[in-house]
Ligand binder design. Structure first.
Ligand code: NAD
Ligand code: ZN
Length: 371
């Protein structure tokens, strides 16, 4: 099969031929329906070798940690899923036995430390087939469309986890700010609208993302400019100018973190989700009193069930643009340039040709065009 792999450090991924994976005992082979292109993939492509090693990742591996597909074959001993089942893939693969894993927080596994899962050191879903280590990492989709569901496993699950932790602060009269209305942000805005009564303010550098944010339910938008001006504009959108109860920084650069610190109110919560590598001075005067700062990673297995339930209830929807495997290197360049609205989702060539030929996906469910 063909697969999009990181083969060399700090280089563009390559489309190469690899053997079809064969499921061993306990494993499941999925026929990939879709794999989302996350900004983290760009960080992985650009990461210096020593940093990759520190995170326990070794090259080469196939990209794609945001996947959905159909069970294609099962290894000996697998009875929990059947061939043909549509499933979303829970991406952070833990050992399943340590304390965090026992409560479904496999992203904080004490054995794997988040390394080795699909597209993160292990082979991911930017290919025709994906080998899943354990049926526990598959969540049944039922009648949810696998293409629209794939981004929910990360671009949906990560903001959901971060927002849930801020829930006690997001009652009536509160304001939540989303900085970076891209793949994660466009779902974060919808999740905030679905599960909180907060006023939602979206911040981005790109006008197209701000228009989409409004269409998805944001109450107000602020174009990102000079940090202080941006923060003042955000505060002007909060009750009494007191600042936001929760700020979700989906970029995580020095500049966005400075904006976040200046926009959050006393006793608020500042969550840095983006991995752009910025730093936040944490001292008297740098953040308001009693602000909680957190740096969450992904979400729990149980939370993925809930995210899929939100989609099933029609409360959130990933806006996807489908691209064939061959089109992915160019799509990643567009993601890097900030030209992707919503999520680019890789759909293997065979499925892609079928969709384009049939005029599917329907415009009411998907935005953007097929490439
Ligand atoms: P994306 O490229 O789809 O979206 C980023 C958005 O930020 C874009 O809309 C862009 O226009 C906007 N932006 C860029 N600079 C900005 C600025 N200075 N001010 C305001 N907006 C700005 O990326 P994504 O896939 O949504 O990922 C976002 C970040 O989250 C990445 O750093 C990614 O690695 C990280 N991430 C973290 C986790 C986690 O568990 N913590 C999980 C997934 C992704
Ligand atoms: Zn990701």
């Amino acid at each position: 099969m063909r697969a999009l792999r990181i083969t060399r450090h700090q280089s563009a991924p390559e489309l190469v031929e690899v053997p079809d994976p064969v499921p061993g005992p306990g494993q499941v082979r999925l026929r990939v329906a879709a794999a989302g292109a996350c900004h983290s993939d760009l960080h992985l492509m650009e990461m210096p070798p020593e940093q990759l090693t520190r995170q326990g990742l070794r090259l080469p591996f196939t990209l794609g940690h945001e996947c959905a597909g159909w069970v294609d074959a099962v290894g000996p001993g697998v009875s929990a899923v059947r061939v043909g089942d549509a499933c979303a893939v829970y991406g952070p693969w833990g050992c399943g036995r340590c304390r965090p894993c026992a409560r479904g927080a496999e992203q904080y596994c004490e054995v794997t430390h988040g390394a080795g899962g699909p597209g993160l050191g292990g082979d991911g879903g930017m290919a025709e087939y994906l080998l899943v280590d354990d049926a526990r990492h598959l969540v049944p989709l039922g009648d949810l469309d696998p293409v629209a569901a794939a981004p929910l496993t990360d671009a949906g699950l990560t903001p959901y986890h971060a927002i849930r932790k801020a829930l006690p602060l997001l009652g009536p009269g509160s304001t939540a700010v989303v900085i970076g209305a891209g793949g994660l942000g466009h779902l974060g805005i919808q999740i905030l609208r679905a599960i909180t009564s907060a006023r939602v303010v979206a911040v981005d550098v790109a006008p197209a993302k701000l228009s989409q944010a409004l269409a998805l339910g944001a109450h107000a938008t602020v174009p990102a400019g000079e940090d202080e001006d941006t923060a003042a504009a955000i505060r002007a959108e909060t009750a009494g100018g007191r600042g936001a109860q929760a700020v979700f920084d989906m970029v995580g650069s020095a500049s966005t973190m400075a904006t976040a610190a200046a926009a959050v109110g006393v006793e608020g919560r500042l969550t840095v989700v983006g991995l752009a590598g910025g730093a936040l001075p944490f001292r008297l005067g740098a953040v308001p009193f009693d602000v909680d700062v957190s740096l969450p990673y992904w979400g729990t297995r149980g939370e993925l069930f809930e995210v899929l339930d939100l989609a099933r209830a029609g409360l959130i929807r990933a806006h996807v643009e489908t691209v064939s495997l061959a089109g992915m290197p160019a799509a990643y360049d567009r993601l890097r340039a900030g030209e992707v609205t919503g999520r680019v989702v890789m759909v293997p060539d065979r499925e892609h040709a079928r969709q384009v030929g049939s005029g599917w996906p329907t415009p009411s469910i998907f935005s953007g065009q097929s490439a």
